[in-house]
Design a protein around this ligand. Structure first.
Ligand code: 5GP
Length: 205
């Protein structure tokens, strides 16, 4: 039987990167999809680990040659999920973790249907999200306004995710998401689990 794709989305600045890093340390047998992007690396980001940083020409070539499972433009840059590594891992029975935006999540759900499990990381409030973005000091005031507008649009999509987790305290969030992933995996292996019952209705897909 094939593996599952666990897709994590949420507004940028909401702590998604930290949650994903912690999940990977806890759930070592999850494969993480490394996306390609045309945006410039941020301080501390490593090519091939955080993203594959590529030119727009290369991105277009990958897209044209059908080598991306999904792609989207987010905050003015292109992002995409390389197709082969994800499909190969799933075919070999590995579960894969994807940290992608709401457009990508929708595309992955269409492609993989029940083999895709969508988890939305919800900021405790828009005001807290704005404060986190200000604290990061990586964005201009105009960029923060754009990210806040994008956050509102993304939050509106949370209703068609399988799960929503309010990201208030990091430890708590990681525990909850990790328990969900573990419960899903057990359920699909045919083993009963209490947490598996938390899965919400799937609407609008
Ligand atoms: P950042 O530039 O802050 O790392 O990411 C910006 C947004 O792009 C985030 O919401 C992130 O989840 C999303 N993203 C990263 N990789 C991909 C991808 O391969 N596909 C899609 N659709 N979104 C992505």
């Amino acid at each position: 039987m094939g593996g599952h794709a666990f897709v994590i989305s949420g507004p940028s600045g909401g702590g998604k990167t930290t949650v994903v890093a912690r999940l990977r340390r806890q759930l070592r047998d999850l494969r993480r999809s490394v996306s390609v992007t045309t945006r410039a690396p941020r301080a501390g980001e490593r090519d091939g680990q955080d993203y594959r940083f590529i030119s727009s020409a290369r991105f277009d070539a990958l897209r044209r040659h059908g080598q991306l499972l999904e792609w989207a433009t987010v905050h003015g840059a292109s992002y995409g999920t390389p197709k082969r590594p994800v499909l190969d891992a799933l075919d070999h029975g590995w579960d894969v973790l994807l940290s992608i935006d709401v457009q990508g999540a929708r595309a992955i759900k269409r492609l993989l249907d029940r083999r895709a499990i969508l988890i939305f990381l919800m900021p405790p409030s828009l005001e807290q999200l704005r404060r986190r973005l200000l604290r990061r000091r990586t964005d201009t005031p105009a960029a923060i306004r754009r990210r806040m507008a994008a956050a509102r649009r993304e939050i509106a999509c949370a209703r068609w995710y399988d799960y929503t987790v309010v990201n208030d305290r990091l430890d708590h969030t990681v525990r909850q998401v990790s328990a969900m992933i573990t419960a899903c995996r057990r359920a699909h292996q045919g083993r009963p689990s209490a947490a598996a019952g938390q899965r919400g209705p799937r609407k609008g897909l």
